[in-house]
Ligand binder design. Structure first.
Ligand SMILES: [Mg+2]
Length: 396
């Protein structure tokens, strides 16, 4: 094999329309912004990756604008001229020149894996140790805050055979009303589909102690990150009194986070996300610590397009267990796509795309149509970050 030298790295910000409004606590989104990352080797082979985060830096401090700047100004100069298969060295070089910025690094790492897979003519899962599943059941997000609309949307999805579980965002309105809404939605779907809820760190321990028995009584099957990310002690106390599993998301980004949670006994379930942990290698390390501690795994999302979703699916196809599946639903919520053959869903389950690398290729016409006009920001477009007095959002 010829040496796989990195010749060039290109970053392109893309704004894709969403099918419907997505609420994120204080923000609401009508489009999903992402960065397409293209790495080209000296042999002319291309690898693609995606860096994405809904509605800007509220979740983890990064946005598509910072992702592009960090890659262009700091990561690309230390990667060009290096061998793409020296992944351990390349990841260390990125860490040397940029603290944090896990979303930017995850996007670059995905493109490097895709480049290696395309060069070797192997699917990414084969490079990661081999797949153990070909599909992933995904929970459909209910995110408008209007309980009747959410019930109608869920029943419609069930009728169409497009979902088997739902995730309801909570935490942005007064607690009692929020729990009433969640109970009504769960009861309307009882014995038809599982309902999980996610207050995105918005509750106090007192709030959670009041809400959990009520949610459990109507059949909510899991709650995600009710308390602030740093409050692992609170999560342990809650889990001891909760009849349903508590999943940690914001609390777990690194192996160190996972080790601390494991030592305290927090996290019956752990939400894995390539972006928050800095890529596939780091996410697998977090998963292995979680498994060693007896936690179960879940595949979370930042509403990636088909590009990033394909990379996520390659990764989670190699995980030994995902008892509640995940929520890689971005391509179903995004109204158009920038790949030649978008990822497919069958019966509410994401299918592992065939092909080499991550398994999808860029549609150049679509990319040209949706790439951001450099004279406008997402906020000026009124798209990514419109203020809203809102309740909840999908993903994240
Ligand atoms: Mg979450």
């Amino acid at each position: 094999m010829t040496q796989l030298i990195i010749r060039d790295i290109e970053t392109i910000i893309v704004d894709l329309p969403l099918r419907r409004l997505q609420r994120f606590s204080a923000l609401a989104a009508r489009s999903q912004s992402l960065v397409v990352i293209r790495v080209q080797s000296g042999d002319g082979v291309v690898g693609i990756g995606e860096g994405s985060i809904p509605s800007g830096p509220w979740w983890g401090g990064e946005s598509v604008e910072t992702i592009k700047t960090i890659i262009d100004s700091y990561l690309t100069p230390v990667l060009v001229g290096q061998c793409a298969t020296d992944m351990t060295t390349l990841r260390a070089r990125m860490d040397e020149v940029a603290f944090g910025n896990s979303f930017a690094k995850a996007g670059v790492e995905m493109a490097l894996w895709d480049l290696i897979g395309n060069t070797l003519e192997q699917p990414l899962h084969a490079l990661l140790g081999g797949k153990v599943r070909d599909s992933l059941a995904v929970a459909w997000p209910l995110a408008t805050g209007d309980r009747q609309q959410e019930i109608d949307e869920a029943l419609g999805k069930l009728e169409a055979g497009e979902a088997s579980a739902f995730k309801l965002k909570m935490g942005a309105v007064e607690l009692k009303k929020d729990v009433e809404r969640a109970c009504d939605v769960t009861l309307a779907l009882r014995e038809k589909a599982g309902v999980r809820v996610d207050p995105n760190e918005r509750w106090t321990e007192v709030d959670a102690l009041w809400a959990l028995p009520r949610l459990s009584e109507v059949g909510v099957e899991m709650i995600e990150q009710p308390l602030p990310r740093c409050d692992l002690d609170g999560a342990v106390r809650l889990q001891a009194r909760s009849p349903m599993p508590i999943m940690l998301d914001e609390s777990i980004r690194t192996t160190r986070d996972m080790l601390e949670a494991a030592k305290k006994g927090a996290g019956a379930l752990i939400s894995l996300k390539l972006m928050k942990s800095g890529g596939i290698v780091n996410s697998r390390a977090v998963a292995d610590v979680a498994l060693a501690a007896g936690s179960a795994l879940y595949m979370g999302t930042f509403l990636e397009s088909s590009l990033g979703t394909a990379g996520n699916m390659q990764f989670c196809s190699t995980l030994p267990q995902l008892p509640l599946g995940g929520e890689l639903v971005g391509p179903m919520l995004i109204a158009d796509d920038i790949t030649e053959e978008p990822v497919r869903y069958v019966g509410g389950a994401l299918q592992l795309p065939p092909g080499n690398g991550i398994g999808v290729r860029i549609d150049e016409d679509k990319l040209a149509a949706y790439r951001r006009d450099r004279s406008r920001s997402a906020i000026a477009m009124g798209s990514s970050c419109a203020q809203a007095p809102a309740s909840a959002g999908a993903g994240a």
